[in-house]
Design a protein around this ligand. Structure first.
Ligand code: SAH
Length: 326
């Protein structure tokens, strides 16, 4: 999954109607603007600590950063921008959207001495998962092998993995799959370590579940449709649902607190997306239908509103955040 996605993202811009999938910031400027307002609000109530940096993981086309920075600037918040992006193709697009941004391969090279305003939208879902499957011989890692006709197939590994299975899953039925994302936990631990030392806030938005559960959520999307994840590696976006409980566990360290979570729909509504949509429509009545369609896509329960979750963490001395509950 890691190799496939590294190849997939390196050579293309997958976003938008002509690409493979669309994300919240690409649906409407309202998403990035509300993220920016949320950051400006908590930063202001934290006492406007000097020299914060805006830091985004997997910024796509840079649209979220651009929209968030514009709304932060209205409140006097003009952070330096640090983008963590592995893809050369997307870096080129991001540097046009956000002139002057600093680029990083990973978090290791971020400044160590100033508060973070960190955002990750649909980033964690792209990180590689590992799966364990209960076979008749016990728990094994679920791996990729070659089938008879030289196609990739899922196979069970040779090594017993029973000791890696949490007690609550140990007696699950044969065929049960447990999915974990060590890469997401590692990134979240590094974010938490930095929040404890540097202060600041981290916001993650993604599709997933608030409590850990069983089952495979690995999927592949190409040209806005689900495809076989093993059929043509490197040509489709591979994702898995984000386990928010696992993120919270990775961030559960001294000096950091979870500010809570919410569904994307509830969160955007409480931040005032209805008022923002009304004001955009008033300024451009000919676009009112399009603006309402975008609002509904971001918020409605049968669209992105309930599948997508928001979670945030902050340094211990930062205040509570708007729209989230523990
Ligand atoms: N946040 C954007 C794009 C989401 S697509 C939006 O909401 O529109 C996933 C993004 O994560 C892409 O920018 C992709 O290049 C990046 N990405 C995926 N895996 C990564 C990794 N291991 N390290 C850094 N960036 C990664």
């Amino acid at each position: 999954m890691g190799e496939s996605n590294a190849h997939y993202y390196a050579f293309r811009d997958p976003l938008g109607s002509a690409g493979d999938f669309i994300t919240a910031p690409e649906i409407s400027q309202m998403f990035g603007e509300l993220v920016g307002l949320w950051l400006a609000d908590i930063w202001t109530r934290a006492g406007s600590p000097p020299d914060p940096i805006y830091c985004e993981l997997g910024p796509g086309r840079g649209t979220l950063a651009k929209d968030a920075l514009r709304s932060m600037a209205q409140f006097g918040l003009r952070p330096k921008v640090h983008l963590i992006e592995g893809s050369p193709a997307l870096r080129a697009i991001q540097s046009e959207a956000v002139p002057g941004a600093h680029f990083h391969e990973d978090m290791a090279s971020l400044p160590e001495d100033r508060p973070l305003l960190l955002v990750a939208n649909e980033f964690f879902d792209a990180l590689p998962v590992r799966q364990l499957v209960r076979t008749e011989a016990g728990w094994r890692e679920r791996m990729v092998g070659l089938g008879e006709d030289d196609r990739f197939v899922f196979v069970a590994g040779d090594q017993p993995m029973d000791s890696a299975v949490p007690d609550r899953f140990a007696s699950c039925d044969q065929g049960t799959i447990i999915e974990t994302c060590p890469a997401a936990s590692a990134v979240m631990s590094e974010i938490a370590r930095r929040l404890a030392v540097q202060g600041g806030v981290a916001l993650a938005v993604d599709y997933g579940h608030l409590a850990s559960r069983t089952g495979s959520t690995l999927q592949a999307i190409a040209r806005h449709a689900k495809v076989d994840p093993l059929a043509d590696p490197g040509t489709a976006d591979l994702t898995a649902h984000v386990d928010f409980a696992a993120l919270a566990e990775a961030a559960d360290v001294p000096g950091v607190r979870c500010l809570g979570s919410a569904t994307q729909g509830a969160w955007l509504s409480s931040l005032g997306i209805d008022a923002r949509a009304a004001s955009l429509s008033k300024a451009a009545p000919e676009r009112a239908g399009e603006i309402e369609a975008a609002r509904s896509r971001l918020v409605d329960a049968d669209q992105m509103g309930e599948l997508f979750q928001v979670i945030a963490f902050a340094g211990a001395d930062w205040p509570d955040a708007a729209g989230l509950a523990l």
